[in-house]
Design a protein around this ligand. Structure first.
Ligand code: IPM
Ligand code: MG
Length: 355
């Protein structure tokens, strides 16, 4: 199985190293072979080639079975124009590989309940929310313009969606809800935005093919509030790109730390891009401080969705849980009475537990 590795910037290389450790254990245990090819994207690609997403990277990713990504971005490249920033590499890749469905599960490990900023009674027995974010459209990819005007400048980004773009993500959402508890919430701003009104109409039509799924609707401002007020009312959420970006960060924090949450970006085939939802955290890069769990959990998603290795995925998730049970914590999830460990040690512990 061919895996393209994109360590990227900041803590990216630190965490990808731990993910590879875990995959090496899986190789032995399941008697399979992973062929890793490391490619450039983001700031490191800008430094080496002048562009954030070299052609070579796209080519290798397309020829792979899965792409495992660390993180991109950093202050150093913030001065560059939009289309040359590290983030443009990430967006370009999502588009080039046509991974339009971004699955961001916000699952709380019971061991980390007290690490959440929410009261324990709000969290109850735990959280299991699946945020499905549209990843190839909306304001991220619509027309962007900046013009000079008499009093300065004017700029706009266009949030545009077509019926077919909504239908394909809606199908993923209904299929996902079916595998869970048959509950789906569409989050939009249909009281104001025309694109949201098209989302609602279209999703309602797709719903006719899924009578077993209970569909409801919520405005995004209310959803942001409800996620904090009573997060357990949500199960599967589907939403457009920008709303999904914002709400998935919010949902992650309910579970204790941004450092815990993985994601899968899927298209119509088997190829997927797997990455932690957190950023490149340049302030702690190379210092053995980053939490590698989100990336290791992304490896589990990769085995599940792209490589048909559900058992191995479950084993990784169980190993992470066991290491938390043993009381090991990285700085971001540290609590009194626990043992503080660095990135490498956390990777070793999970790999050892898997063996
Ligand atoms: C994410 C990130 C990216 C996004 C950035 C780095 C471009 O925040 O994956 O959520 O906005 O999609
Ligand atoms: Mg984000």
């Amino acid at each position: 199985m061919k895996i393209a590795l994109i360590p990227g910037d900041g803590i990216g290389p630190d965490i990808i190293e731990q993910a590879v450790k875990v995959l090496k254990v899986i190789e032995k245990k399941y008697n399979c072979k992973f062929e890793f090819t490391e490619v450039l994207m983001g700031g490191v690609a800008i430094d080496a080639t002048g562009v954030p997403l070299p052609e070579e990277t796209i080519k290798i990713c397309k020829e792979s079975d899965a792409v495992l990504l660390g993180a991109v971005g950093g202050e150093k490249w913030d001065v560059l124009p939009g289309h040359l920033r590290p983030e443009a590499g990430l967006l370009g890749m999502r588009k080039a590989l046509e991974v339009f469905a971004n699955l961001r599960p916000a699952i709380m490990f019971p061991q980390l309940k007290s690490a959440s900023t929410l009261k324990e009674e709000v969290l109850g027995d735990g959280l299991d929310i699946m945020v499905i974010r549209e990843l190839n459209g909306g304001a991220y990819f619509g027309e962007k313009v900046r013009i000079d005007t008499e009093d300065g400048q004017k700029a706009w980004d266009t949030m545009a969606y077509s019926t077919s773009e909504i239908v394909r993500i809606a199908k993923v959402a209904f299929e996902t809800a079916k595998k869970r508890d048959n509950k789906l919430t569409l989050i939009d701003k249909a009281n104001v935005l025309e694109s949201s009104r098209l989302w609602r109409e279209t999703v309602k039509k797709v719903a006719l093919d899924y009578p077993e799924v209970e569909l409801n609707f919520m405005y995004v401002d209310n959803a942001a509030m409800q996620l904090i007020r009573n997060p357990r009312q949500f199960s599967t959420i589907v939403t457009e790109n920008l709303f999904g970006d914002i709400l998935s960060d919010e949902a992650s924090m309910l579970t204790g730390s941004l450092g815990m949450l993985p994601s899968a970006s899927l298209g119509s085939g088997k190829l997927g891009v797997y990455e932690p939802i957190h950023g490149s955290a340049p302030d702690i890069a190379g210092q053995d401080k980053a939490n590698p769990i989100a990336t290791i959990m992304s490896v589990a998603m990769m085995l599940r969705y792209s490589l048909d290795m559900e058992d191995a995925a479950k084993e990784i998730e169980a190993a992470v849980s066991k290491v938390l049970d043993m009381g090991y914590r990285t700085g971001d999830i540290m609590q009194t009475g626990m043992t503080l460990v660095g990135t490498k040690k956390m990777g070793d512990l999970i790999a050892e537990t898997l063996k």
